[in-house]
Design a protein around this ligand. Structure first.
Ligand SMILES: [Zn+2]
Length: 323
């Protein structure tokens, strides 16, 4: 029987709740960018509607409690978070709003769905995700619940995977993720980040690679090329959860590194190629990125999806998934 392709590119996950909350004017967190990423992907022809998946089921309390404390989950989901923890998250009173609660749960649902699609198809990308500063009993730095950690915990709990690599290339260290999985041998946490960036107090990942301020394309990509392949070949993960934060860009409002658009695209291609060449499925998440110009920022984030489309073709994942 002649096979046919079921997708022209990798599965892409989006939910309209991602950009639904309204933050005060001038707030540094670009809440609107996730919708712009989705729209830009369609406008630029990087994806077609048939690739889009929408998470339909929000995570239940038991799922969240695989990583977070019952008290924290209850406080947040019931909209009664205390002032101190709201302040540490950085969204002010909005943290208690139903629309932000739904947004947070939708993002976790999307991150988990992306991982499941990656396991099924070899590669999938979310249009949000990467809340890596969230700890078991508190959020931090615009992160409330840790979607990457919850996703890894769920898949391990189900037995869908035996080993997960969480590769965090956001400019900020994945401190919450590192803390959550310290002493968990089935999860390898790897963070390449700006040593001069938030958080001031770093946690210990399984592999931390702090880079000096101003690190640019060639040095960055050389370090990545030295560090990632041995982790993939030695740890042999069943799945890579990849936080592709673009706050490593030279024009980012918060990051202190100096990657160009070309450097970012090369980074995404390098990561995906390294993992896919080893036969390891990859789920990509957009991570952080900061700019008052949401169009510029959205296009920067879509470099991940552009690289994914290229790798989807290179590895003929569409044909492999044909029915
Ligand atoms: Zn960041």
């Amino acid at each position: 029987m002649q096979s046919r392709r079921i997708f022209t590119g990798p599965p892409i996950v989006y939910h309209e709740a991602y950009s639904a909350p309204q933050l005060p004017a001038g707030h540094r967190f670009p809440m609107g960018v996730f919708r712009r990423i989705y729209e830009t992907l369609l406008e630029d022809g990087l994806i077609t509607q048939e690739q889009v998946h929408v998470p339909s089921k929000l995570p239940c309390k038991d799922t969240l409690q695989l990583v977070h404390t019952a008290e924290y989950v209850d406080s947040f989901t019931q909209g009664v978070l205390d002032e101190a923890r709201m302040k540490r998250i950085g969204f002010g009173e909005v943290s208690r709003s139903p629309v932000l609660i739904e947004r947070t749960l939708s993002e976790i649902a999307g991150t988990l769905l992306t991982a499941r699609l990656a396991l099924q198809h070899g590669l999938a990308c979310n249009t949000a995700g990467g809340t890596h500063h969230a700890f078991p009993a508190a959020g931090s730095g615009f992160c409330i619940l840790n979607d990457l950690a919850i996703t890894a915990a769920v898949l391990l709990h189900e037995g869908a995977v035996q080993r997960v690599l969480i590769l965090d290339l956001d400019v900020h260290q994945g401190d919450g993720t590192a803390f959550i999985f310290k002493g968990e041998p089935r999860v390898f946490t790897m963070s390449i980040h700006g040593e001069g960036n938030f958080p001031a107090r770093k946690q210990r990942s399984d592999l931390d690679v702090p880079l000096p301020d101003g690190t640019a394309d060639d040095d960055y990509l050389r370090v990545l090329g030295e560090m990632l392949p041995p982790v993939v070949s030695c740890f042999q993960p069943d799945l890579v959860l990849y936080d592709a934060g673009v706050d490593t860009h030279k024009d980012d409002s918060l990051g202190k590194l100096a990657l160009t658009d070309d450097g970012l695209l090369r980074r995404e291609l390098q990561v995906l190629d390294t993992c896919l060449a080893a036969g390891t499925p990859v789920a990509g998440y957009v991570g952080g990125g900061y700019s008052p110009d949401l169009d510029v920022l959205a296009r920067r984030h879509t470099l991940l999806h552009k690289a994914a489309a290229q790798m989807w073709d290179s590895y003929e994942l569409g044909s492999k998934n044909a029915v």
